[in-house]
Design a binder for this molecule. Sequence first.
Ligand SMILES: Cc1cc2nc3c(=O)[nH]c(=O)nc-3n(C[C@H](O)[C@H](O)[C@H](O)COP(=O)(O)O)c2cc1C
Length: 186
Amino acid sequence: MAKATIPYTDYFKETIQRMREDGLLLVTCDASGTPNVMTIGWGAIGSIWGRPAWLVLVRPSRHTYSRLEEVGEFTVNVPPKELAAAAAHCGKVSGRDHDKFQEMSLTAMPARQVRPPVIAECVVHYECRVLHRNDLAPQTLAQAVHDEYYPEDNFHRIYYGEIVASYAEEDAARRLGGPTAFATLR
Ligand SMILES: Cc1cc2nc3c(=O)[nH]c(=O)nc-3n(C[C@H](O)[C@H](O)[C@H](O)COP(=O)(O)O)c2cc1C
């Protein structure tokens, strides 16, 4: 199905809700274009430096991290609930020794503006180009967050990606659950 260009704020609620449920699918690639996908549960959509932006947090241990450092572009893909198993798998195994696209029958569809592809089976897509990155600063991190999420000091790097294209299936709201699904959104 053809996907229509949308303002990047159109599916904000659906995107955040899906991120908090099964996670979103972050796609990167290496310099030769070979794609890799990992699940993300943390991130933010906003506006920085007058540009639409996605902030994603990636630990240096991820294969995705080296791809982001190499290519500096990524796509964020919102999976429908039918892809819950794929999101779980892509959040468990590494692209270092798994072809997750093949294992989960995901289709890499060429993106419009960036090198990493989007995932055809997903419903909403954001294409991003990294504008800035920085590592979490442990000395300014709340102790409770440090203790809960960084007992091994493996701090995330935050990538600030300018959203250079966003598009969605026409029935995206229905496929992602519709307005009644947001009762749990806090
Ligand atoms: C629901 C869920 C959310 C996740 N969110 C993140 C995240 O925001 N940042 C991160 O670095 N890892 C996150 N992970 C872990 C990575 O997805 C996981 O380590 C993955 O296997 C890394 O793949 P890669 O080595 O191919 O990059 C999450 C995993 C799950 C299941």
